[in-house]
Design a protein around this ligand. Structure first.
Ligand code: SIN
Ligand code: NI
Length: 263
């Protein structure tokens, strides 16, 4: 697989791996020019005034030490929209899930800041999403080389089979294993995923994942995009991205903020 040509078609083995393990690594989803461009756009989006995008904590806050996060960068920055709405990435999500079409849920810039950095605790994403069905997933595109020193991720293979557990508090985290009933899943060992800038992982909304703290002196810069299979229905629970939108409980999530990106 080339690192200068971006990957658009997954191998059968990558698809099988994702469905079995709940995550997969895909190298070279950005070519060198795209990597440079997205670094520039993401930096601008993090600095920009917030209109429709929003940060989840201020510098110095406890959550900020885990993640300096900005949600829905695409709504305030045209360059971010180019990448967040890009059919290539959504197309990979479609191949992995086998969904007939893929919609956007939201994006987030995920900077793990240097200096008193905390790990992202073991958690599933799905407990935070107002969706009735499973199947939604994230792409996590790293703009920096990542390893254990600056915030690379770990995944527990097959942990998506544990079903939806309780949400974890990112500041005072519970031990997710205490919620796991199946001893086989509780005994599984995590996999460390070190990657080159411009590569990505996909993970299912139910897969247990963790990110190391950042012990270097530069931010770890990531763009994550959350996708849902078309037809995923709204649970009716509050969420910063759906609040104020015309959604009806138990009806498909759709409309101006949740476009179909691949079909
Ligand atoms: C992180 O980037 O540190 C965590 C990402 C995630 O929870 O999906
Ligand atoms: Ni997560």
């Amino acid at each position: 697989m080339s690192t200068t040509m971006e990957q658009t078609i997954l191998t059968d083995e990558q698809i099988r791996f994702y469905r079995e393990n709940g995550f997969v690594q895909v190298d070279g989803v950005l070519n060198a020019e795209e990597l440079e461009e997205l670094r520039e756009y993401l930096g601008e989006a993090m600095q920009a005034d917030q209109d429709n995008s929003f940060s989840t904590d201020k510098e110095g806050g406890a959550y900020y030490r885990v993640l300096n996060q900005k949600v829905n960068t695409w709504r305030d920055h045209g360059g971010m929209a180019k990448y967040v709405l890009h059919p290539r990435f959504a197309g990979l999500a479609k191949q992995l899930t086998g969904a007939s079409a893929i919609r956007l849920f939201h994006d987030h810039a995920l900077y793990k800041m240097p200096g008193d950095s905390k790990p992202t605790p073991w958690h599933q994403d799905m407990p935070y999403w107002p969706m009735n069905e499973k199947g939604s997933l994230s792409i996590w595109i790293t703009l920096d080389d990542v390893d254990e020193r600056n915030g690379c991720m770990m995944f527990v293979p097959g942990s998506q089979k544990a079903g939806k557990l309780k949400g974890i508090d990112f500041i005072n985290p519970q031990d997710i294993k205490e919620y796991v009933e199946d001893p086989e899943i509780a005994a599984k060992q995590p996999v460390i995923v070190r990657m080159k800038a411009g590569s990505c992982t996909f993970h299912d909304g139910l897969t247990f994942h963790y990110a190391h703290s950042n012990q270097t002196d530069a931010p770890r810069r990531v763009l994550a995009i959350i996708y849902m299979p078309d037809g995923t229905t709204y649970s009716g629970k509050g969420h910063p991205v759906t609040n104020g939108e015309a959604l009806t409980a138990d009806q498909p999530i759709r409309g101006r903020l949740f476009p179909v990106l691949a079909k």
